[in-house]
Design a binder for this molecule. Structure first.
Ligand SMILES: C[S@@+](CC[C@H](N)C(=O)[O-])C[C@H]1O[C@@H](n2cnc3c(N)ncnc32)[C@H](O)[C@@H]1O
Length: 219
């Protein structure tokens, strides 16, 4: 199975336990994440946001209080179903199935995009295609936010595929094993990846909760 398909299947099968496995159903997890939520929320204040790979909608739920509207999308119906159970405000949040690598059918006017724990899963060979497809549906000068994890003590598996993607093995409670791509980009790699598209790139690190937030505005 191709690794992109493998990751889609992995998150499909993980959907019902995702929030619990991330601690997202534990109010105490919100405390260290709050500075990240506030940082992203301030950047997206009153904007119309396209969300890539929203998963079970944890971040959608946090950020919808700041944004004007969010169209939250994911490849998997199973994760969207979980998001739909969160009673997200229907006047400002819509959920839609969408493949991040083909956004050609997306309708709407967006002055921002966000993706949490997504860009780190994009194969190096697909990064430009994904970014160009995303930028294409956004307005000129739009704000784009990617939030991913900082490398922890045990994050680096030391396994790389043929194109240099860092590979981790993940296990589900049913015993199934899945390979996922997981990048931990350095600031230099981030600058090199986004500078062709960005007017300015700002990188913020939140070591207490192990998060890194990239914000840029489209050229
Ligand atoms: C690590 S989870 C992050 C979910 C959510 N953003 C969060 O932080 O809670 C990655 C998400 O990417 C979704 N995904 C995988 N492949 C995708 C694709 N090709 N297009 C859109 N979403 C995809 C998965 O279904 C999963 O919900």
């Amino acid at each position: 199975m191709k690794i992109i398909d493998e990751m889609q299947l992995y998150y499909d099968q993980r959907a019902t336990i995702y929030d619990q496995s991330r601690g997202y159903d534990d109010p105490s997890i919100l405390v260290p994440l709050q500075p990240v939520i506030d940082h992203i929320g301030c950047e997206l204040k009153n904007l119309n946001v396209f969300e890539v790979a929203c998963g079970t909608g944890f971040w959608t739920q946090q950020i919808c209080h700041f944004a004007n509207k969010i169209l939250a999308t994911d490849f998997n119906q199973s994760t969207l179903k979980q998001a739909g159970m969160k009673n997200l405000p229907s006047d400002s949040v819509s959920l839609q199935q969408a493949d991040a690598y083909d956004l050609s059918h997306i309708k709407g006017e967006f002055d921002a995009a966000m993706a949490i724990d997504w860009f780190s899963h994009v194969p190096k060979s697909r990064m430009d295609q994904f970014l160009e497809g995303l930028h294409h549906i956004l307005k000129e000068g739009a704000t784009i936010i990617f939030c991913d994890q900082l490398a922890g003590e045990n994050s680096i598996a030391g396994i790389y595929d043929g194109e240099g993607n860092h590979i981790q093995e993940r296990n589900l409670p049913n015993g199934s094993k899945h390979r996922v791509i997981k990048h931990f980009m350095t600031e230099e790699e981030i600058e090199a990846r986004f500078s062709a598209y960005a007017k300015e790139i700002r990188i913020s690190k939140f070591p207490t909760c192990g998060r890194l937030v990239i914000v840029y505005s489209l050229k």
